[in-house]
Design a protein around this ligand. Structure first.
Ligand code: AMP
Ligand code: ZN
Length: 486
């Protein structure tokens, strides 16, 4: 079955065709680590994980990258306002670097709790300043960008396709720009690639001046291309990333390379809470901790997300979460019964109804085949997880209403393994494979020591992240490293 995906760029459903046979390279806009990500962010990150699990299960050689934005994301998502990192640091009376460490630890612990398969790279913006500077220089050389003092802007008029992803038009953007528009810009719709600010706490001395920091958009262009090449298959983010973030990424990347940047753009619809936007003033910006405090497992939340199609509105309420938790419990319960039945092999497992084994086999074999087909067809149809879950429950309900036998139980369990491989709903299944043995941990720690000695900070950070997401807590104490499992 060919996988069909909705491409936000063409606004059409397209058959997925990787750029290189057998390989999938994908990039996801990750968290801005000024605050622990909320459950809305995890809707987008769980969608990224679903894609990863699907491509793994299809046998592709996958390279998955999710960035960590730790500088340059300003409060209004564009060129004005304070850096989110700095604002938070000021409020918490910490340094921005301390905030980064704290929030990254929370983020990786959340990913672990949500049974997210670790991406291959979690690059941090602050570790990739040279790559960004190089790209900005390239854009200046090719006249897509211009310097004004120590600032650098992208000239949107130099890239006629600007607006294609979001449906915006340059003339309308210029006309609609706010009055206090930056006078330095040639056109109001131009955006910053590099900004100078001596008071910024995270700043770098570069060819552009003494105190500069990157624009948020250039970070994702530079990091994605470093790990995935100039053209790659899939780029995702939440729907708010379409404009300006992804529109600007396309302009910068294609402006710099002259090649198509991304083949398939996929965007997750926002998770709403109580029918509206999550907001601090309403006190409904929930984290995974809040869910756990009310007795829910992170996997209940995962199931709530999986039950909705990623392009349809999803409204979070406590009742909806309760419903998802109950439904997941029903699946777990059914799976337990199937396991018990499979252990009794071909014998009838419900003594009270004990049907003839052969007849029962005939009865359920087609139902299982049908459920598998429906499930696979739904997933192939632009990841219609909602329909896929309905197929699982259809089969469960048929089994629960009737007697069943061991042989069928094993077939149904095989199907549930496939469901779990994509959705990760059952706590003790599958994900053990992602766990690290003691020897793996020791080897990674030794590699981290080596990377630090070589001053290869990105690799050292990457290893720390990989360990964190596998639930390994590292403590650097007076020159030696201790670790334990969380
Ligand atoms: P941020 O930390 O703001 O950079 O956001 C990280 C990712 O989460 C981005 O891809 C956002 O588009 C996504 N995101 C933010 N809020 C939500 C939400 N309510 N529902 C789904 N995705 C979201
Ligand atoms: Zn991004």
């Amino acid at each position: 079955m060919t996988l069909q995906l909705y491409n936000s760029y063409s606004r059409q459903i397209e058959a997925f065709q990787p750029l290189d046979e057998g390989k999938v390279r994908m990039y996801h806009c990750g968290p801005t680590v000024y605050k622990r990500p909320h459950i809305g962010n995890y809707r987008s990150f769980l969608f990224a994980d679903l894609l990863r699990r699907l491509f793994d299960s299809m046998g592709y050689d996958v390279v998955q990258v999710m960035n960590i934005t730790d500088v340059g994301h300003l409060v209004d998502d564009a060129d004005d306002g304070e850096d989110k990192m700095l604002k938070q640091a000021r409020q918490e009376k910490l340094t921005p670097w301390q905030i980064v460490d704290k929030v990254c630890a929370e983020f990786f612990a959340d990913l672990h709790a949500l049974a997210v398969r670790p991406a291959h790279h979690y690059p941090r913006a602050t570790d990739h300043i040279p790559e960004m500077v190089k790209m900005v220089q390239k854009l200046i050389a090719s006249k897509h960008a211009y310097r004004v003092g120590d600032n650098v802007y992208f000239d949107v008029h130099s890239f006629p396709k600007y607006g294609q992803l979001s449906g915006n038009r340059i003339d309308e953007l210029d006309a609609g720009a706010r009055l206090e528009v930056n006078e330095e810009k040639k056109h109001p719709a131009d955006f910053a690639l590099w900004k100078s600010d001596p008071s910024h706490l995270m700043k770098w001395e570069t060819v552009f001046g003494e105190h500069g920091f990157p624009g948020w958009h250039i970070e994702c262009s530079a990091m994605s291309m470093k790990y995935l090449g100039q053209s790659f298959d899939i780029h995702t983010g939440g729907e708010d990333n379409v404009f300006p973030h992804h529109e600007c990424e396309i302009a910068q990347s294609e402006g710099a390379t002259g090649k198509r940047f991304v083949k398939h753009w996929l965007h997750t619809k926002f998770l709403q809470v109580d029918g509206g936007k999550m907001s601090k003033s309403l006190g409904n910006v929930w984290s995974l901790d809040d869910l756990e405090e009310r007795g829910f497992s992170p996997l209940d939340y995962r199931f709530l997300i999986m039950r909705g199609h990623y392009r349809t509105q999803l409204n979070f309420t406590w009742d909806a979460l309760r419903g998802a938790a109950e439904a997941r419990k029903n699946l777990l319960d059914w799976r337990g019964r199937l396991q018990a039945a499979a252990r009794t092999s071909d014998s009838a497992c419900r003594a009270d109804a004990a049907p003839d084994v052969v007849e029962a086999k005939q009865k359920f074999a087609p139902a299982i085949t049908e459920a598998v087909e429906k499930f696979d067809a739904a997933i192939a149809d632009d990841l219609n997880t909602s329909e896929a879950v309905a197929a699982v429950f259809g089969l469960r309900n048929a089994f629960m209403q009737d007697a069943f036998v061991g042989a069928n139980a094993q077939n149904a369990l095989d199907f549930l393994d496939r469901v779990d491989d994509l959705f990760a709903l059952f706590p003790t299944n599958g994900d053990d494979a992602e766990g690290l043995s003691d020897a793996d941990v020791e080897a990674l720690l030794a590699e981290r020591v080596n990377a630090r000695e070589q001053k290869d900070w990105p690799r050292a950070d990457e290893i720390r992240d990989q360990l964190q997401i596998a639930g390994i807590v590292i403590e650097d104490k007076s020159g030696s490293v201790h670790w334990h499992r969380s």
